[in-house]
Write a protein that binds this ligand. Sequence first.
Ligand code: RIB
Length: 350
Amino acid sequence: MTPPVTMRQIAERAEVSIGTVSHVINGTAKVREKLRLRVLEAIRSLGYQPSQLARGLRRNQTSMLGMIIPDITNPFFPAVVRGVEDVAYKRSYRIVLCNTDNDPSKEISYLNELRSYRPAGLLVIPAAESDIAAQLKSFAASGPPVVCIDRRPLGWKGDVVLVANEAGACNATRHLLRMGHRHLGVITGPMHLTNAEERLKGFRQALEEAKVAIEPEFVQEARFDRRSGYEAAMRLLRMLPRPTAIFACNDLMALGVFLAARELHIRCPEELSIIGFDNLDFAEFTAPALSTVHQPGYQLGATAARLLVERIDGREGAFQKIVLPTELKIRSSVVAPPQGTAPRKRASAR
Ligand code: RIB
């Protein structure tokens, strides 16, 4: 294996000082165009590859962005990562992606390990049960800026980019009410997460506006994945009376509702309406096509990365809370409730 090309060899080939070569490579000072071109030609002809590690040690910072996400198997998160990557690439940053599988201890060990990589900045979508605000504050205090995405860690006062969860959930629930449903079930994400809490709040707000009572047991907590959505739906659909419509607070849980309804021979949408949240690619291909709330995953990531790069470039000023809009996508999984089959009144009317 041929030894790596050194700056000294470039300097000799270009007939300039090593300092001039270093300035050209690291952009640390202006160099006369004639000399700069000689250095670039020497780099090309010698096939020099700058050492990112050496550059990182010199600057005590690499051109790397750390990104922590909670569940790489959930199709929502790759769209967010793609938005980050497009912005980072244009600014010559590279991403180190860490998937926590919603495991708070794994999240902490990743955070500690990333610190040793001297990243230029950090983007975090916190895990379901994580309590990471204090560690993020100390991470940011040691230098690299931090931006949280999609879920605001409890106690985090720094930069954050979210979507309008409450408004989106309220609009989804209003759609069910407009179609005539009065016995609505909801399957939430983990209530430790701010976005799960906000979506349930939006659901309740729409019911209050319409003066529709909510049966407490029709509120079921799950974990933003298909399995827990299925289990929550089985509980709801085995109740008597059962809901005539279910709002699943993300599309993977809505898939679980479809599976539970099929297993219990409950026809959707004729006997059960279903609405989700995320608008993942598969939403328009389910049978029936899933009505849901579109949240701009790619834009979430791109907006967060732009904010982070501005902070790396030295932008001061108050921390930002950026909230992106959501959009109701009406498809065919929601229809009017079956007529003449109003669920039997319960003994203790609420
Ligand atoms: O589908 C995963 C959910 O968790 C999405 O709704 C997104 O908001 C993330 O927080």
